[in-house]
Design a protein around this ligand. Structure first.
Ligand code: NAD
Length: 371
């Protein structure tokens, strides 16, 4: 059985779907591996480091005979067209945003398993690429913010007196937000956190942060949040305004599945912030949590610099690739038995990940037909 990995083609994407240490483990599954030349270059992995794989001169050469093709970002339709019918594509798909990819999958009879659809169940934890990548983005956000602040984060005692520690507020305490709190705490900031799922209060406190109580409980199915009502939004706004005004650095990470990112900070709240304050809006890829955010840009609004970095995991390409490759390896453990492909469409994980011919979410009907 042949597994192919290609060079990512989206601009600014530095990650790769396989790293040399993961390749060694993959080969132990009894498969052969083809890698497009230069695939790992931007993440720091030269072709020569991929011991045991064959290096293909082009993406088309790598995938032509492959049973499984692995990518990070959604594949280009031309890549799908070069795959053999009946093969499997494993990677992020983001079907609603990539209708041309969905058409190419249908026309070429390729089964796609979308890594963003891995269910949040214990058995699938090792495959959860959303979590592995969010953890790295969350870690990075306070570092990025700190580099734009005109002050330091920790308290510092000097010969001429002490400097006060910075106040960092993290809004949205999922995987990324908790990592952001942890980083800010390690850097010596005084940290606070807020989320609409009350169970995050204990998680924030365990990381040394104060939890801002708002009294709003917007827990929804599967451990996610639901959108707030207008009344809830007003309640939260009132509770948070003081913390926003007092913060030196704010990291926002709030998301609601399948929707535009919720608005957490409006313009008047930004204008009331301290001079030199910084917001890192990690929700930029889904529209941003802050009024005035420009995805991919840095803007100055009144006293505040708003940073809205896109695709943060790509900036940490070595480790992001390492964790993502481990997620894929865990997934392959489900798809490969004794060196052969074993696609169980009734499996809860496979079923949730499988892209439907019309691009809709994976269905849960056991045994329903593959693409
Ligand atoms: P996410 O990226 O979907 O959202 C980030 C955070 O934003 C969430 O904590 C959410 O509650 C919060 N949020 C949404 N609207 C908000 C608002 N208006 N104000 C403030 N915060 C708001 O979240 P995620 O990191 O993907 O995690 C989602 C859930 O999945 C969590 O409960 C997490 O613990 C759980 N999870 C479970 C597993 C597992 O069991 N295998 C793995 C990873 C995550």
């Amino acid at each position: 059985m042949l597994i192919a990995i290609v060079k990512e083609t989206e601009p600014d994407e530095r990650r790769v779907a396989i790293t040399p240490p993961t390749l060694a483990k993959l080969l132990r599954l009894g498969v052969t591996v083809a890698i497009e030349t230069g695939a790992g270059q931007a993440a720091g992995f030269a072709d020569a480091a991929y011991q045991g794989a064959s290096i293909a001169a082009s993406a088309a050469d790598a995938v032509r005979e492959a049973d499984i093709v692995m990518t990070v970002r959604p594949a280009a339709p031309t890549l799908v067209a070069a795959m053999k019918p009946g093969a499997i594509l494993l990677g992020f798909v983001e079907a609603p945003d990539h209708p041309d990819l969905v058409s190419a999958l249908r026309e070429n009879r390729i089964t796609a398993l979308a890594m963003e659809k891995v269910p949040r169940i214990s058995r699938a934890q090792a495959m959860d690429a959303l979590s592995s990548q969010a953890a790295l983005a969350g870690y990075y956000a306070p570092l990025l913010g700190a580099a734009h602040l005109p002050r330091i984060l920790p308290m510092m005692t000097t010969a001429v007196g002490s400097l006060r520690a910075a106040r960092v507020l993290v809004m949205g305490l999922g995987v990324a937000g908790l990592q952001a709190l942890a980083t800010a705490h390690r850097l010596g900031a005084v940290t606070s956190g807020y989320d609409v799922r009350p169970e995050t209060a204990e998680q924030a406190r365990s990381l040394g942060a104060k939890f801002v109580e708002t009294g709003v409980d917007a827990r929804a199915e599967g451990g996610y949040a639901r959108p707030l009502t207008d009344v809830e939004h007003a309640t939260v706004r009132e509770a948070l305004t003081r913390y926003i005004a007092e913060a030196d650095l704010i990291v926002t990470t709030a998301a609601v599945p399948g929707r535009k990112a919720p608005r957490l900070i409006d313009r008047s709240q930004v204008l009331a912030m301290k001079p030199g304050s910084v917001i890192v809006d990690l929700a930029a890829d889904s529209g941003g949590n802050v009024e005035g955010t420009l995805p991919g840009e840095t803007v100055i609004v009144g006293p505040t610099t708003i940073l809205a970095p896109r695709n943060v995991p790509s900036r940490l390409a070595e480790h992001a690739s390492e964790l993502y490759a481990r997620n894929l390896l865990a997934m392959l453990g489900l798809l490969i038995e004794q060196g052969s492909l074993k696609l169980d469409l009734a499996d809860e994980i496979v079923s949730a990940m499988r892209v439907r011919p019309d691009g809709a979410d994976g269905d849960t009907t056991p045994g329903s037909a593959a693409l």
